[in-house]
Design a protein around this ligand. Sequence first.
Ligand SMILES: Cc1cc2nc3c(=O)[nH]c(=O)nc-3n(C[C@H](O)[C@H](O)[C@H](O)COP(=O)(O)OP(=O)(O)OC[C@H]3O[C@@H](n4cnc5c(N)ncnc54)[C@H](O)[C@@H]3O)c2cc1C
Length: 391
Amino acid sequence: MTHEADHLEWPFFEAGHRTLALEIRRWARAELWDESEPHDVDAACRALVRQLGAAGWLRHVVPAAYGGASDALDGRSLCLIRESLATSSGLADFAFAMQGLGTGPITLFGSDAMKRRYLPDVAAGRRIAAFAISERGAGSDVGAMETVARRDGEGFVLDGEKTWISNAGIADHYVVFARLEAGKQRDGDRRYVALVVDADDAGISVPERIDVSAPHPLGTVRFERCRVGADRVVGEAGAGLRVALATLDLFRPTVGAAALGLARRAMDEACAWVAGREVFGKPLADHQMTQARLAEMAVRIDASALLVYRAAWTRDTTGRRTTREAAMAKLHATESAQRVIDDAIQLLGARGVQKGAVVERLYREIRALRIYEGTSEIQKIVIAGTVTGRA
Ligand SMILES: Cc1cc2nc3c(=O)[nH]c(=O)nc-3n(C[C@H](O)[C@H](O)[C@H](O)COP(=O)(O)OP(=O)(O)OC[C@H]3O[C@@H](n4cnc5c(N)ncnc54)[C@H](O)[C@@H]3O)c2cc1C
């Protein structure tokens, strides 16, 4: 076993976190453990959101005043929940994470009316959320985005196309990032706006769905003369980039936490296998090369946990920007988890790549975490920028 409860003794946590961690682990094991991959991923995701809402876990993605669990979003709770969900079911972790990412901008920057309109239903699992910033020509290079918001009276008219959007097609609302209308030259960071678009608004459509190696709802979202009222502006027009970056500061460590959960599961699978598998007259676990591999896996897991919970604790307790800590946590935990899972597959030999094997599923599930919410290369650029003072 990976002693996955050990880290709860670390000083990053309060008593409430320790209780939460044990409860979510127990629940996830009882309710979600190794469900087979669904036939209909949309239906499975909708059901998971309802299930997570009914069990109360989605209360952690919104503040208490709007049906949530604590006064402000608590990064450590989000990380502990994602870690446990990912250990049991990658799809459940995804469903939980998107409820947070697709409302984070509203929680952090929205008006009281906007929060009342969206957050309670998200917390109850009655509303599905999405976050739409990426475009075909603007993934890492967010500044290249072409989706445009033109002033129309008090509100905006939105035109453009977002792609690789999680929950596209099943979301009830999308937090959409757009460039403010061309022509009005604005300073670099003040060129963007974040808007909430409802799935049943006129002018929004999902023209394409995208299949990926670890299935989850994903697609392209198109906006054609889509009118958005002034009451749907998140924060203020011009603050779009700040809204996006603050949301990512909160959620990037949680991607690391999900990676940690996947890595822990791989470690458990590997430990169980090497204890029972005999090669050359003794258990695989008794061969020193196996022990060296397990030791490296264990160090990677603990280092990831330290960085993930350092980032969440720093943000929760100081309230300051944690761009560097968040980037380090995401970079290290996702890259390490990929290595740990690959090592687990190597230890299982042929069984590791067999369809239906847990580690084979983990191998597919971890891959996208090194790409979304900023690729590993982008995290390195962010970290280097903070080290050199050129961020
Ligand atoms: C499963 C999945 C779910 C997603 N969900 C969402 C979502 O819900 N909402 C959303 O908005 N987006 C989502 N995305 C999109 C994701 O955020 C983008 O894929 C990501 O930002 C990378 O953009 P890109 O794919 O265009 O790659 P590119 O930006 O084209 O990058 C290609 C490669 O070049 C590297 N690269 C880029 N710039 C540099 C540089 N300066 N120096 C060195 N290397 C560089 C990258 O690291 C990468 O390896 C999702 C993606 C996936 C895979």
